[in-house]
Design a protein around this ligand. Structure first.
Ligand code: CA
Length: 451
């Protein structure tokens, strides 16, 4: 009876409101353990606050939160591991680099030691050869024609035990320079006949040695420094003050200075020169000339060179603020420069070596910025056409005795292709030059006759 009533009631509910019954009620039946049919009737109820939420949801939320936290931790760990690997890689790379450089430096050192030994061996051989040539009587026979054969033994006046490279070459010289062999001048004055090949004495080992000045005093006066002392200024930089002194050419070649003098005023460019125990140079960014006494290590005199262009107004063709070039020859101290009045042509002034006052000036007819450099020999100015061409010429001479200038063509070699300084030393009868880190000398030959 109870079952029937329930079924009737359910049928009525289903028939009277079918949609609501489907949404809100369900009937399930199954056997119970005793084998009887059991009916379960479920009806949806309105949402009630007293009814507890599913107990699984907070746990899922907790698990999700922990998972997020773990993901963050894993990300950090992965990133940390990568960073460590990168640091380690960087250190490995730096270590390899340093090791490579060390190996390279060792190889360079070995190579340089080998070169030094080779040069010392060659020097010993040449000294021996020079000595034997000195002891052999030298016969000179005049030749004729448009060429002169040079085959001279070592010069006696280039330091004791030093040598001059043997030459056996034929050089064309202009007809005006033709003087019979054996008639050229070993000690007195005359016009420039030829310039020999450059002889290397030292290669600068740092970037500050790209250009500079190196010289020997042709007329030393101090007991401190003689005619063997070699002087050097590396001219690269904005505050050039260091003057290196070497005991002799041998120590210079080996790179062992005996003293470094610090000049009280900075040096401009490569125009400095040495004379009678003083260094003469142009003060940086000025037309001021300074005479620095090497023995007392103090400024002996200073004077502005009147109207001289400076710091790029009238440089030689290679630039480098070579506006004022100082030179010494048999007749004394000279300045080679230009002025605005002379409009860029070379002006030569003979200077008083003590006071630096201008004794006399000459205006030439060659523009300063068209030539590479200049030097004075026997009161004559010579200019060189190019500072980079390996085979160039001494292209102009101006004689202060006559006030006349003219073009000439005497071969000149820029072996290292960047010649920044040329200066004549009359005691050694050589040109001193600084060609692209290389400090070289050139033998020169002078004729007896003047122009
Ligand atoms: Ca010069």
């Amino acid at each position: 009876m109870w079952l029937q009533a329930s079924v009737l009631c359910l049928s009525w509910l289903t028939l009277s409101n079918p949609t609501k019954a489907q949404d809100q009620a369900s009937l399930r039946h199954s056997n119970d353990p005793t084998g009887r049919c059991q009916y379960t009737f479920t009806v949806s109820s309105p949402e009630e606050s007293s009814c507890p939420r599913s107990s699984i949801e907070p746990e899922i939320d907790g698990v999700l939160a922990r998972l997020t936290l773990l993901e963050v931790l894993v990300s950090r760990l992965v990133a940390g591991a990568d960073g460590g690997t990168r640091t380690e890689d960087g250190l490995q790379e730096a270590y390899s680099h340093v090791t490579g450089e060390k190996t390279q430096l060792q190889q360079d050192r070995e190579r340089l030691n080998g070169q030094v030994e080779e040069l010392q061996r060659r020097l010993a051989e040449l000294s021996q050869e020079a000595e034997s040539l000195r002891q052999t009587p030298c016969q000179q026979t005049p030749t004729s024609g448009g060429a002169q054969r040079k085959n001279r033994p070592a010069s006696d006046d280039f330091g004791n035990g030093a040598y001059q490279e043997m030459k056996a070459e034929v050089t064309e010289v202009p007809a005006s320079h033709l003087i019979p062999e054996g008639n050229h001048n070993l000690t007195g004055c005359g016009e420039l006949l030829s310039v020999g090949d450059p002889v290397l004495h030292r290669k600068a080992d740092g970037i500050t040695g790209k250009y500079g000045v190196w010289l020997q005093d042709p007329k030393p006066q101090s007991p401190h420094y003689g005619n063997k002392t070699v002087w050097r200024i590396d001219a690269v930089g904005k505050d050039v003050r260091q003057l290196f002194a070497y005991e002799d050419m041998d120590q210079f070649t080996k790179g062992f200075p005996m003293k470094v003098l610090v000049l009280p005023e900075p040096v401009e460019s490569t125009g400095a020169t040495l004379y009678q125990g003083s260094l003469y140079y142009q003060r940086r960014r000025s037309r001021t000339l300074i005479r620095y006494n090497l023995a007392s290590e103090s400024v002996a005199s200073r004077l502005d060179l009147p109207h001289a262009g400076f710091h790029g107004q009238h440089p030689y063709s290679w630039g480098g603020y070579t506006d004022i070039d100082l030179a010494v020859d048999e007749q004394g101290l000279w300045a080679i420069y230009s002025t605005s009045k002379a409009r860029g042509v070379i002006v030569i002034s003979q200077l008083d070596p003590k006071s630096l006052e201008v004794k006399r000036s000459w205006e030439t007819n060659i523009r300063k910025n068209t030539v590479a450099n200049a030097f004075m020999v026997c009161g004559r100015l010579y200019t060189v056409a190019s500072y980079t061409a390996p085979n160039t010429t001494v292209n102009y001479v101006f004689d202060t005795a006559t006030g006349v200038g003219r073009a000439v063509s005497v071969p000149f070699k820029n072996k290292y292709r960047y010649n920044s300084m040329m200066d004549y030393n009359h005691a050694q009868r050589k040109l001193y030059s600084w060609d692209n880190f290389h400090m070289v000398t050139y033998d020169i030959r002078l004729g007896r006759a003047s122009s």
